[in-house]
Design a protein around this ligand. Structure first.
Ligand code: AMP
Length: 541
């Protein structure tokens, strides 16, 4: 018979993170740009107290254990209190992406059966538009004080600060089963209805430990961390948990995500570390370069959500900022891999190091991955063979919320990404399986093409999509948004590819556009582009 260990059965709970931060880093600051227009400052001790008051207030409103409480909110201290107050009391914090279409939001609210929705004032028109379509919501809470409450809202509203003020904070976090559901996030759902990933306390705490490790995100109490990635997109990649876990200062940008506003906040608060999708860094880089600015404290950033163009890494490095390329997804809490060098790479020439750092990286402990062919047979780790990427681990979903069917294949979650893995375990995404271009039976990586295009000085953003071709089935078309005031021809752009990719990978044509549509999470919306260009006739066709 197995001999059981004799250690305490203390459950892994989200409330333990904020309690730890309040007890051991109580004075450490949390700074937020508010929708009210000012900058708010307080610390972990006050945050935890207010989260307890919120839990009391929700109890008084009749919110039940396991019930979902929705948020439509920017990154800010009240959103953080909701993260901890709601999950801490045993209910489920359901972050909703306000950039989705109102119909999608109403669908999500109804599917999740949210009892209450907390929202930032920015989203009042959205709330007024969807409230009548969400009959199960018992109350809408405006995240502000009495003085800033809207005078004539079309929906009866509760006031966040009044809810908090009515409580005394005399509340002890309940000792829940660590497998209790803690939070819920729906995938952005480019096709079909959005699907919910229901995280648990255990999965969240384990993900927080692992993502804070030096070769993952590398968070420390000495850092000042500003998550640009929204708290409505996979829990801001777990930073609202991993930052208090290490006791670092937190800075929240609120609704102002343009380059100038971010730069000002980075400088003013001494931000050392940040995280966001590539499109956010485009805006910041443009502002910094156009005004010949420097960063005085900003040293590292995690970029993920879409592939980081190597040109962006180079530009940030020239400003003294190390880029950590990371990959993950909503279904993975989200972190799967991060890209750091190994000890044996330290003496490699810089270009070779750069080639490694451009990949999506190696798994962090907790995640296991493999690539398989069309028959499900595992492919070699040679950096060349590419196939469907599958993952498993304690913070990866087993099934979607309120769905009976398991998406797993022999216990592994199919990510929908196509990747290579090299002999050292570095994974590189070649495409989302829906985005690969199948030319004459061979695959072309749209990401590789986009990375080359992004390095051209005239290109602001570029997407490579497949277009029907009578001979080759599909051929690549490069859709380009130019930098303002810069001219470049189709021929110049295509010539730029010579010697950088295989000849047959070079796009057949270039289409210049004034705008590339982005998804609600800031990724290029290639599905929409494919629809837009579905009747495009390539010159080679
Ligand atoms: P989401 O669930 O919205 O976070 O989207 C997850 C998907 O984003 C992944 O399955 C990938 O297709 C894509 N993705 C995330 N990170 C990266 C990355 N570093 N490089 C390329 N694609 C990425």
């Amino acid at each position: 018979m197995a001999l059981m260990g004799q250690m305490m059965g203390v459950p892994l709970l989200i409330s333990s993170i904020i309690r730890h931060a309040a007890r051991y880093y109580g004075d450490t600051e949390i700074v937020s740009r508010r929708t009210e227009g000012d900058l708010h400052r307080y610390n972990y001790r006050e945050c935890e107290l207010r989260a307890r008051k919120l839990a009391q207030a929700l109890g008084a409103l009749g919110v039940q254990p396991g019930e979902r409480v929705g948020t439509l909110a920017w990154n800010g201290y009240r959103h953080l209190e909701i993260y901890y107050g709601v999950s801490g009391m045993g209910s489920v914090c359901h972050t909703i992406n306000p950039r989705l279409f109102p119909e999608q939001i109403a669908y999500i609210v109804n599917h999740a059966e949210d009892g209450y929705i907390f929202f930032d004032l920015t989203f009042l028109p959205l709330v007024e538009g969807i409230a009548q379509h969400c009959p199960k919501v018992r109350g809408w809470v405006a995240m502000t004080d009495r003085a800033h409450m809207p005078e004539q809202a079309k929906v009866p509203l509760l006031c966040y600060e009044e809810l908090i003020e009515a409580q005394d904070g005399n509340y002890a976090w309940p000792e829940l089963d660590e497998n209790t559901a803690s939070s819920l996030c729906y995938t952005s759902g480019t096709t079909g209805n959005p699907k919910g990933a229901l995280y648990s306390h255990r999965s969240t705490v384990l993900h927080s430990y692992a993502s804070a490790l030096p070769d993952a995100l590398g968070c420390s109490a000495k850092d000042v961390i500003l998550p640009v990635v929204p708290m409505f997109h996979v829990n801001a990649w777990g930073l609202p948990y991993s930052v208090p876990l290490v006791g670092a200062k937190l800075v929240f940008p609120g609704a102002k995500l343009d380059g100038a506003s971010l730069y000002e906040l980075f400088e003013q608060e001494g931000v050392t570390f940040s995280a966001g999708v590539p499109t956010v860094w485009l805006g910041l880089l443009q502002h910094v370069q156009a005004n010949e600015l420097r960063f005085s404290s900003f040293r590292r950033t995690v970029i993920g959500g879409s592939a980081v163009p190597p040109a962006m890494m180079t530009a940030l490095r020239a400003l003294g900022v190390e880029v950590i390329h990371a990959w993950g997804m909503t279904e993975m809490s989200p972190l799967g891999t991060s890209c750091k060098l190994l000890a044996r790479h330290q003496d490699l020439p810089e270009e070779e190091q750069q080639k490694i750092l451009e990949k999506q990286g190696r798994v962090i402990y907790g995640v296991d991955m493999k690539i398989v062919d069309g028959e499900g047979k595992e492919l070699p780790w040679d950096g060349k063979a590419f196939g469907d990427l599958l993952v498993r681990g304690p913070w990866i979903i087993d099934r979607y919320f309120r769905s009976d069917q398991s998406p797993l294949v022999d216990g592994w979650f199919p990510t929908g990404d196509v990747a290579t893995i090299d002999a050292e375990g570095y994974m590189q995404i070649t495409d989302r399986s829906k985005d690969v271009i199948k030319s004459g039976g061979e695959w072309i990586s749209s990401i590789d093409i986009e990375n080359v295009a992004a390095a051209h000085p005239a290109v602001h953003m570029a997407a490579c999509i497949s277009v029907q071709h009578p001979k080759w089935d599909e051929r690549p078309l490069l859709v380009v948004m130019k930098k303002p005031g810069v001219e470049v021809s189709r021929e110049d752009l295509l010539a730029f590819f010579e010697g950088k990719v295989a000849k047959w990978w070079i796009p057949d044509d270039v289409a210049f556009v004034t705008d590339i549509p982005l998804t609600a999470t800031g990724k290029m919306q290639k599905l929409k582009l494919r629809e837009q260009f579905k009747d495009y006739r390539l010159p080679s066709a």
